[in-house]
Design a protein around this ligand. Structure first.
Ligand SMILES: Cc1cc2nc3c(=O)[nH]c(=O)nc-3n(C[C@H](O)[C@H](O)[C@H](O)COP(=O)(O)OP(=O)(O)OC[C@H]3O[C@@H](n4cnc5c(N)ncnc54)[C@H](O)[C@@H]3O)c2cc1C
Length: 497
């Protein structure tokens, strides 16, 4: 770099990206005494979980509404370190409400051991869970209860729709349950989704005693971004916004720091890049990008775009915090939130409703006005009062990538945090963490990367929290699976070996 202004710095670690992964890694490293610099290109921290204040209403707006699960051990660990865990509002008494017109179905877990904890709800809500469809899920359930990482990787080659059909699931149940799960959680159409990724998520849902769903009680970024900056800087590090990294600096075959967009070079012993797969290669020197995994495989990770819509009303429309529409592929929106029932310091007498339209490229042609109009129509099917209420303000947020699409073949390409290049590490929600791309995956990858860096710095430390092992009857079956899968009844098709 002939024009580079060399800046001599004594940073132990430079982190590219100030989203959840970059900040969580920074917190983990700073807590262990490493001098850490976090560089964020955008003017605000938080990346895809950032938030800001809407100038017209004064309400906090997040890039799109998010949920937490109680089983987010690493996200919750970060928030415990930052003393913000009590800012999650946990929804009481149910997992989700599915609405079909004005009909509500509350999906709840019972105290029975998993997977029986879902059974009472299924028996109670017979319209939503027709017996014939439920029974058709039988072989899939047996497979999911036994699934291990090597099975996930084998199933990654196949698309979810084909595998579910081969296992005898009815077309109606594929549409109502599996296509909904693919859209809401995996963020990709069922015919495109990796069967391994989807069935691992089902295994996770059916092998835990209890899940609660939670929401930020204010802007999501306000639960971690300013506190992480403060935490890192109090320990001698620095977090800078509005500073784009142009490339990782290479010296003698190893990463030696970064070069900024303005030409400034910052040297550091270790470099951690926390960018999404689509942005990663913009900062990786070409010789490494062509030669090494994960960089040469990044084209396989396509984006799942979202359109999030925000509607402010002059009246209260509901006491629900969160609901989703019964799946229909022609719908625009999937999940809905009324933040007047969630935010702790906001007026509760007029609704502030936000929605997510997932895998939204099919609707890119709509203008913002059309998006608002269609969202109002869908909202009014459940809450007819929305038609009479006055819409006082609206906002449409178009997000090029919420997460990567977990398409067939991508699960096995999710990389480890240590790259083949000495001194260069990667983190972010798309890293191989064993959980779908999410806030939890971003924090898990961050703590895993920090552990590897600490090991190289001769300060080994355990930071990443493991997922709980399968519990209840699901746990028994899972542990016995190496033997059980040899028996014809327990080995559904050729999917388990
Ligand atoms: C609308 C929406 C809804 C979602 N819902 C949920 C949910 O309900 N639950 C859940 O768990 N997850 C959800 N997610 C996903 C979750 O937000 C992400 O998985 C997580 O925030 C990813 O964090 P990250 O740090 O890996 O990546 P990012 O947040 O993308 O961070 C990368 C950062 O790097 C910065 N950057 C890029 N290029 C450069 C450069 N050259 N130099 C310096 N900085 C750079 C970017 O500006 C960005 O801040 C949702 C996401 C969206 C958008």
């Amino acid at each position: 770099m002939p024009n580079a202004q060399k800046t001599v710095t004594d940073r132990d670690v430079v982190i590219v990206g100030g989203g959840l992964a970059g900040l969580a890694a920074g917190v983990g490293l700073a807590a262990c005494g490493l001098n850490t610099l976090v560089l964020e290109k955008a003017p605000i921290l938080g990346g895809r979980a950032r938030s800001w204040t809407d100038p017209e209403t004064g309400d906090a707006v997040t890039v799109g509404p998010h949920i937490f699960l109680s089983e987010y051990p690493n996200m919750r660990k970060l928030m415990r370190i930052l003393k913000t865990e009590d800012r999650i509002v946990w929804q009481k008494g149910k997992f989700i409400t599915i609405v079909d017109g004005q009909k509500e179905t509350d999906i709840k877990m019972s105290p029975l051991p998993p997977p029986l904890n879902w059974l009472p709800c299924m028996l109670r809500e017979r319209d939503f869970f027709p017996l014939r469809d439920l029974l058709s899920n039988n072989r899939v359930s047996r497979l999911c209860m036994q699934i291990r990482e090597e099975d996930v990787l084998r199933l990654d080659e196949e698309d979810a729709l084909t595998v579910l059909r081969n296992l005898g699931v009815t077309e109606r149940w594929i549409r109502q349950f599996w296509a909904f799960t693919c859209q809401a959680i995996m963020n990709v159409p069922i015919e495109q989704c990796s069967a391994g990724a989807l069935l691992r998520f089902f295994h996770y849902m059916t092998s835990r005693t209890h899940f609660d769903v939670g929401f930020a009680d204010r802007g999501l970024g306000d639960l971690f971004a300013p506190q992480a900056k403060d935490f890192i800087e109090k320990r001698g590090g620095k977090v800078e916004t509005g500073v784009g990294v142009k490339t990782v600096a290479a010296r003698n075959g190893r990463a030696a720091g970064v070069i900024l967009e303005d030409g400034t070079e910052i040297s550091a012993r270790q470099v951690l890049v926390t960018l999404p797969p689509m942005d990663m290669n913009q900062v990786i020197p070409e010789e490494w990008a062509k030669r090494h995994s994960p960089f040469k495989d990044l084209a396989a990770f396509g984006p799942s775009p979202y359109i999030s819509t925000y509607l402010w009303f002059d009246k209260k429309l509901t006491r629900q915090q969160f609901w989703a529409r019964n799946y229909n592929e022609n719908d625009m929106n999937c999940d809905f939130y009324d933040y007047s029932n969630i935010y702790s310091k906001r007026a509760t007498d007029h609704s502030f409703i936000t929605t997510n339209c997932i895998y939204s490229a099919r609707l890119d042609h709509l203008s913002d006005e059309e998006v608002v109009e269609k969202t109002l129509e869908e909202l009014a099917e459940y809450l007819p009062a929305a038609k009479k209420a006055k819409l006082t303000h609206s906002l449409v947020s178009r997000i090029p990538m919420a997460i990567h699409c977990p398409s067939t073949g991508t699960e096995k390409l999710r990389p480890a945090v240590r790259t083949p290049v000495p001194g260069l590490f990667v983190a972010g929600d798309w890293i191989k963490t064993g959980v779908p791309a999410s806030m939890e995956s971003a924090c898990t990858a961050a703590f895993m990367a920090a552990e590897e860096i600490l090991a190289d710095e001769k300060k080994p430390r355990k930071l990443a929290e493991p997922m709980k092992r399968p519990q209840g009857l699901s746990g028994l079956l899972w542990r016995a699976s190496p033997t059980l899968r040899k028996l014809p009844f327990f080995s559904p098709g050729n999917y388990l070996r």
